[in-house]
Design a protein around this ligand. Structure first.
Ligand code: TYM
Length: 336
């Protein structure tokens, strides 16, 4: 009998802070479910990344479970995918330390997210914030990942992970797989509704983003108030008219329509009608997820079972990688 080639591996992570947004959904989460049959997938709730900014401990614990509920509500099958909390697999931290020794200060200094975050949290520019991309590289490389579904804002971090993998492999032989990014064709960067020159972010004020769990009336209100311009024509001109272009990207990503089709559909129609159509489309996409979310998030026993199984399966892969890495760099063997 012909042997099947082993499936390629996918890894991605999402921080469990604040409310996950429509940007997280279109940029990353939505792609997770599409890939679950062809790939071996791990999806992590990256709680250790979250503590690079101060968190309320009880709230963080709840947010982790909420994030897991959203993963499941988006259709991720916990049998097919390994869904787990990053901090429950200690090898992430262990590998991050080793990779810190293969990363240059100059590389980390160039990371735009570090610059943004240190401006936002000027009172707490800690070393974790600085080495955050190394932990992210460890997340990815630990599982010998082939493909990383992410939004455009994580591209620079992924490139660093690739550079670290290549550097490590050049010294020790082929230890790590060099990962590729997987970006959505439309919607890799969903912008803020109030300032469409900046990305939609869950840490911005409420009116700037749509949360995956926002009720339909809230979604409609936020979209009606979204910043556009005074041209009142629906045309895709992201450089000069970023507000309309952003709403078009949302509509295109969720409906599958091209920009040309959308322009034709709204020829001669005003922004009111256009924004309502975007709202209808977003509400229709999120409603089934919200229903599932409400059900799953109440079922703590189920969430616990997903957490335990995900942790055990992730640990077993991570343990094998670390055996090899420790041996390569000359650290004492770790016997369980
Ligand atoms: P995070 O938690 O900020 O975002 C999770 C995912 O959502 C994408 N995303 C967006 N996509 C389009 N438009 C937006 N406005 C938007 N906002 C967020 C992000 O690109 C991301 O894919 N460092 C990562 C988490 C992480 C990770 C990893 C990702 C840690 N380790 C390993 C992949 C692999 C982050 O903070 O994402």
């Amino acid at each position: 009998m012909e042997q099947q080639a082993p499936k390629k591996r996918i890894f991605s992570g999402i921080q469990p802070t604040g409310n996950l947004t429509l940007g997280n959904y279109i940029g990353a989460l939505r792609n997770f479910g599409l890939l679950q049959n062809e790939y071996d997938c791990l999806y992590s709730i990256v709680d250790m990344h979250a503590i690079t900014v101060r968190q309320d401990p009880a709230e963080l614990r709840k947010a982790c479970l909420r994030t897991m509920s959203i993963f499941l509500a988006c259709g991720l099958d916990p049998e097919k995918n390994i869904i787990y909390f990053q901090s429950q697999v200690p090898q992430h931290a262990e590998l991050a330390w080793i990779l810190n020794c293969f990363t240059y200060m100059g590389e980390l200094n160039r990371m735009t997210q570090f610059k943004d975050k240190s401006a936002k949290h000027a009172d707490n520019i800690n070393a974790g914030l600085f080495t955050y991309p190394v932990l992210m590289a460890a997340d990815i490389l630990l599982y010998l990942t082939d493909l990383v579904p992410i939004g455009a804002d994580q591209k620079q971090h992924l490139e660093l992970a690739r550079d670290i993998a290549l550097r490590f492999n050049a010294v020790y032989g082929d230890v790590f797989t060099v990962p590729e990014g997987y970006f959505p064709k439309v919607g890799a960067r969903i912008m803020s509704l109030q300032d469409p020159t900046r990305k939609m972010s869950k840490s911005d004020p409420d009116e700037c983003y749509i949360a995956i769990i926002d009720p339909p009336d809230v979604i409609r209100r936020k979209l009606r108030r979204a910043v556009t311009d005074c041209e009142a024509t629906v045309r895709f001109e992201p450089e000069t008219r970023p507000g309309v272009a952003n709403l078009m990207s949302i509509l295109s990503a969720l409906s599958g329509k091209s920009m040309d089709q959308i322009e034709a559909d709204f020829e001669g129609k005003g922004y009111g009608q256009f924004k309502d159509a975007v709202a209808d489309c977003v509400i229709a996409a999120l409603e089934p997820i919200q229903k599932e979310y409400d059900r799953i998030n109440k079922d703590k026993a189920y969430l616990e079972s997903v957490m335990v199984s995900g942790r055990e399966r992730a640990q077993s892969i991570a343990y094998r990688t670390m055996l090899k890495v420790r041996k390569k760099v000359g650290l004492a063997a770790l016997k369980l």
